[in-house]
Design a protein. Structure first.
Length: 111
C-alpha cells in the first residue's frame, strides 16, 4: 500500500473512533435500561432516566449519577445485589465489537 493510502487509512480510523464510541454509548445505555426493566428495579424511574454515557478520546463510560445505583449493583448487608450495569456490558461485548467494526469499515470506505 502506498504511503498516501496508509495516511488516508490512519486518518479514517482516527476519525471513525468518536462515532464508534458515541454509537457504543447510545447502544449501551439502551441495553442497560432494558436490563433495569427486566430486573424490575424501577420505583420512581429516576435511576432508569438518569442512565447516560460520556465519550472520551478513546473511551466511553456508561452509568448513572444516582447515588443508590451502587446498592442495586453490589447489594448491601440488608439488600441482595441486583446487578444491572456490569452484566449488561459483559453480555453485549460482541455487539460493541460489531459497532466498532461497522464504523471502522464505514470510515475506511474505498481506501
Amino acid at each position: 500500500m502506498a504511503k498516501g493510502k496508509w495516511e488516508a487509512a490512519r486518518r479514517a480510523v482516527r476519525e471513525s473512533i468518536p462515532n464508534a464510541l458515541t454509537a457504543m454509548g447510545l447502544f449501551g445505555v439502551g441495553a442497560v435500561k432494558v436490563k433495569i426493566r427486566d430486573l424490575n428495579i424501577i420505583d420512581t424511574g429516576n435511576m432508569l432516566n438518569s442512565m447516560s454515557h460520556s465519550v472520551g478520546t478513546e473511551t466511553v463510560r456508561i452509568g448513572t449519577n444516582v447515588e443508590y445505583a451502587v446498592y442495586h449493583e453490589f447489594g448491601t448487608k440488608l439488600m441482595t445485589a441486583r446487578p444491572f450495569l456490569r452484566p449488561t456490558i459483559e453480555e453485549e461485548k460482541a455487539e460493541f465489537r460489531n459497532i466498532v467494526k461497522y464504523h471502522l469499515q464505514k470510515g475506511l470506505g474505498d481506501i
